[in-house]
Design a protein around this ligand. Sequence first.
Ligand SMILES: [Zn+2]
Length: 105
Amino acid sequence: MTITAKYCNNCNYILHADKNHCASCFSDDLETKELKGLGEVYSYTKIHAAPKDYADIAPYYIVLIDLDEGLRITGRYIGESVEINQKVKVDNVDKNAYIFKALEE
Ligand SMILES: [Zn+2]
């Protein structure tokens, strides 16, 4: 499982994959690249009262991840507990959400 992002060929800024113009220099000369899928937990919240589609997996964590390449994305975290600055890797994609797990070191 990989995460992709776009890089600006004009100024090398990194952007979310759904962007069409560089947020830094407004160029549309963007190139899609694969990311390693590794990062650190920037913030998280635990969901106890889940929407119906997710009730069977509650409680679960929504996490904000700072990827090694410098992009911040949201996802779900699979595990008993999670901490700020914890190292994680993307595991798969479920219902359009990136699923992260702890990175074993
Ligand atoms: Zn740019």
